[in-house]
Structure formats: structure tokens, C-alpha cells
Write a protein that binds this ligand. Structure first.
Ligand SMILES: Nc1ncnc2c1ncn2[C@@H]1O[C@H](COP(=O)(O)OP(=O)(O)OP(=O)(O)O)[C@@H](O)[C@H]1O
Ligand SMILES: [Mg+2]
Length: 422
């Protein structure tokens, strides 16, 4: 790629956006002369399971001296390796920490977050380390794909949940500055607004219905941690007006994973699971990643049983300590006929798998219905579904069923909508 003509001092040639999610994070960039040609990192490596990912887990690993070691899949894999050799003591692994800040009213410089073993660190440090990693990864990618583009040509955009208050926004800006981004080059963007913009730009279907002045629509961002719901109106000057204050709750896709792990824990027992996590952490991560791929295949009309791979080491741990056979255990839990374990496979009836989704999905649907029932929402006929969990066919089927009278639009690559819009 050649360097497009450099403009006057203080302007930028390209925009680099960072979406710092509860479960996944990523970056994307595009040049001013071709803004819709958006480059994302195509190659976050997920490890042993084949999981294609355009974002990487929001996960930070620190060495025992509290220096940064790695981010994303690499951090998870390294920690699992260390644990396998019992060398992980003193290392700190922070996962899904943005969620902990969701309900913190006064997110500040002094807020702390805990790693998976309960050791606290200043949230600011962990956020700025994460952003520094993403920024450096981006600069590296930029350097490989272009020549002569400098960091001073970059406009940085960082996305934020719409429900965060001003002090949380200030926190994020400061973390960005500490990550090495120059203050004057940082812009903050609200996640639902970024998603809105993306849908208007590239989804032909959405473009037709959304670009008209006065169109009113709901943006539902279903992420890993939360469902964030906003209602926008397109004004004649092209700007967006917030018709309903952003709201939502802890109803993201990670709650489906939690329900699955809870089910596995009910079967194998808390003690076996704790031992398994401790001794076979890599296998534990693999179980979670395998679930992630299976979860993506579930639809409203999925029938029969779904097979999940559990690890042979988990069964061994169970057999060492428990006398009851797994078949008897399932029957005492009232699950025979609905679930079975053969070899390293757990087979689960679709009705149970769907119930894992229904926890978060029912809450979200109830909330959306409540908003739509308000008198000032009566003209809202359109709903945009974005976010990774919005890509779930099961979720899409439920939404179309529940809101048959509305027009539910799901843009292509819904999971990247926020990032690409930003
Ligand atoms: N095709 C799919 N089917 C089902 N679930 C999916 C699919 N793709 C992604 N997910 C789920 O979506 C969630 C991640 O979504 P996303 O990347 O939008 O979240 P995030 O931005 O990290 O979180 P948040 O917006 O809550 O901060 C995960 O729970 C993941 O399992
Ligand atoms: Mg998100």
C-alpha cells in the first residue's frame, strides 16, 4: 500500500479503532481515502482448537514481578502451560475484567481488579497494558502493510459502553494515554453509536431503511458480558439523537458458557472440577473453546442431542474420587435420557442446551419489550442486532419469533459491527 498524500499538520491519514470488550478485544484500521476498506487482524491464534477469531480474548498475563507478559489467546495458553508444570505460582491472569467495572459507579484511578486467584492490581494498570499491547500490535501490522506511515498520522478511536459515566470515560482516556497514545489523537466512541454507523454504511438492507431522516431504531448489542440497548433517531444533519437512555444488563453470551460449566460441575462435582482446573488447566481451556464452537451451531430448530467433548483427564479425576458411576450420577440428578457420558463425550439433549441460552436471552427480551412498551417508542419499527452473541442463530431465531411485527436487521459480521463502525 502506498502512502496517500499527507495532509496539513495535525490531520491524520488513517483511523485505528480499538474495541475493548468484556470477552474479546480487537482493532481495525482504515485510511481516509478509502474509509470503508477496513483492515482487521485475521490471525489471532486460538491454540489447539480450531476457532477462527477476528478478536482475541480480553485477558492479560503478568509475570510474578508484575511486568506484562502477554495478552489474549497467548496469555491463556502460556498460563495453562505454566499450570501444567506447576510453575504458575505468582503469575497473574486477568480475564473478563471489564465486566467487573460495569456496575462500578465511580470508576477511578484507584479502582482495583482481581486476577483469577484473587490478587488485586490497579484497574488502570491492566487497562493501559492491554491497550499498549493492542496499540503495538496495530503499529506492527501497519508497519508490515505500508511504508512511511507514522504514528503521528493516526487518529485513535476507543469504544466505550454507552452506560459508562463520565468518570469511567475519563478513566479510559487516561488508560489510553498511559498506553502511549498521544492525547490529542484519541477519540472516544460509544459502542451502540459505532454499531449504528456501521449498519448505515455497509448493510445495504439497513442503508435503505436507516438513512432516511427521522428513522427511529433500536440497537441491541449482545456481547459476551452484557446486552446494551439504545434507541436512536437519525436527524436531518446526519447526527444521531438518543431517544432512549442506553440500558441493559448482564445478559451476554458468556452466561451460556457459565450455564454449561455449571452443568458439568453438577455432574462431576465441585471438587473434581477444582482439581481438574488446577491440574489440567490446558484441558479446561480446551473444553471451554470446544464449547464455544458448538455453541455457534445451535439454532432455534436444533433437534436431538448435541455432543460436547470433555476431557479424558476429567473423567479420570472423577473416577479416582467418586464411587458412583457417571450413569448413576446422571440418573440421580434426574438427567437420564437427557444426558449421557460415553468415552470423552458428553451428549446433551437440545432442550437442555437451549435452556442454557434462555437464561440471558429471556432477560434481554423482557427488557426490550419493556422499552418498546413505552409510549414514545411506538414509532420504533426497526431493530439492529449486533455483537458476537447477536450472531447466534438461536438468539436470532428467538428475536424474530418474539418481535415478528418489527423488522430485525442483522448485519453481516454483526460481531465486528462496533469495531468497524468505530
Ligand atoms: N456465531 C456465534 N454464535 C453464538 N455466540 C457467539 C457467536 N460468535 C460470538 N459469540 C459469542 O459472543 C460473545 C462475544 O461477543 P462480543 O465479541 O461482541 O463481546 P464483547 O465485545 O467482548 O463483550 P461486551 O460487548 O459485553 O463488552 C461470546 O460470548 C461468544 O461466545
Ligand atoms: Mg462489545
Amino acid at each position: 500500500m502506498a502512502v496517500p498524500g499527507r495532509k496539513s499538520k495535525g490531520s491524520h491519514l488513517l483511523v485505528a479503532a480499538f474495541d475493548f470488550g468484556t470477552t474479546y478485544s480487537g482493532y481495525a484500521f482504515s485510511f481516509l481515502n478509502d474509509p470503508l476498506k477496513i483492515v482487521t487482524n485475521q490471525s489471532w491464534i486460538a491454540g489447539s482448537e480450531k476457532l477462527i477469531s477476528l478478536k482475541t480474548p480480553t485477558c492479560v498475563l503478568l509475570k510474578p514481578n508484575k511486568e506484562f507478559h502477554s495478552f489474549g489467546f497467548e496469555a491463556e495458553n502460556k498460563y495453562a502451560d505454566l499450570a501444567e508444570d506447576d510453575e504458575h505460582h505468582g503469575w497473574l491472569l486477568f480475564r473478563r475484567f471489564k465486566m467487573k467495572l460495569h456496575n462500578t459507579d465511580g470508576l477511578s484511578r484507584h479502582t482495583t481488579i482481581e486476577d483469577i486467584n484473587g490478587t488485586s492490581m490497579p484497574a488502570m494498570k491492566i487497562f493501559s497494558m492491554s491497550l499498549r499491547f493492542l496499540r503495538e500490535h496495530f503499529l506492527d501490522a501497519l508497519g508490515k502493510q505500508t511504508c512511511g506511515v507514522l504514528e503521528k498520522d493516526v487518529q485513535y478511536v476507543i469504544t466505550l459502553p454507552a452506560i459508562w459515566n463520565d468518570s469511567a470515560k475519563q478513566f479510559m482516556r487516561e488508560a489510553a494515554i498511559q498506553s502511549g497514545m498521544e492525547s490529542s489523537r484519541i477519540k472516544l466512541a460509544l459502542e451502540p453509536e459505532a454499531a449504528s454507523i456501521w449498519c448505515q454504511q455497509v448493510t445495504t438492507q439497513a442503508k435503505q431503511v436507516l438513512t432516511g431522516t427521522g428513522s427511529k431504531y433500536m440497537v441491541i448489542d449482545l456481547g459476551g458480558g452484557t446486552a446494551d440497548i439504545s434507541v436512536h433517531e437519525k436527524l436531518c444533519n446526519g447526527q444521531l439523537k438518543e431517544l432512549h437512555k442506553a440500558s441493559g444488563g448482564p445478559w451476554g453470551g458468556s452466561y451460556v458458557d457459565k450455564n454449561y460449566i455449571k452443568c458439568v460441575t453438577d455432574i462431576f462435582g465441585t471438587e473434581s472440577i477444582e482439581k481438574f482446573k488446577l491440574e489440567q488447566m490446558a484441558d479446561f481451556f480446551d473444553i471451554q473453546r470446544e464449547f464455544e464452537t458448538k455453541k455457534r451451531g445451535i439454532k432455534g430448530d436444533t433437534e436431538g442431542k448435541i455432543t460436547f467433548k470433555i476431557s479424558a483427564s476429567l473423567k479420570e479425576i472423577y473416577n479416582e474420587s467418586e464411587k458412583e458411576s457417571l450413569t448413576d450420577k446422571l440418573s440421580s440428578l434426574g438427567l437420564s435420557g437427557k444426558m449421557s457420558v460415553t468415552g470423552d463425550k458428553l451428549r446433551v439433549d437440545n432442550s437442555i442446551v437451549k435452556s442454557w441460552f434462555d437464561g440471558p436471552v429471556n432477560s434481554m427480551i423482557g427488557h426490550v419489550k419493556g422499552i418498546l412498551a413505552e409510549p414514545k417508542m411506538k414509532d420504533v419499527k426497526l431493530m439492529l442486532l449486533v455483537g458476537g452473541f447477536g450472531e447466534s442463530h438461536y438468539v436470532q431465531d428467538r428475536m424474530k419469533n418474539e418481535f415478528g411485527s418489527k423488522h430485525v436487521i442483522i448485519p453481516e459480521e454483526a460481531g465486528l459491527g462496533v469495531l468497524k463502525g468505530a
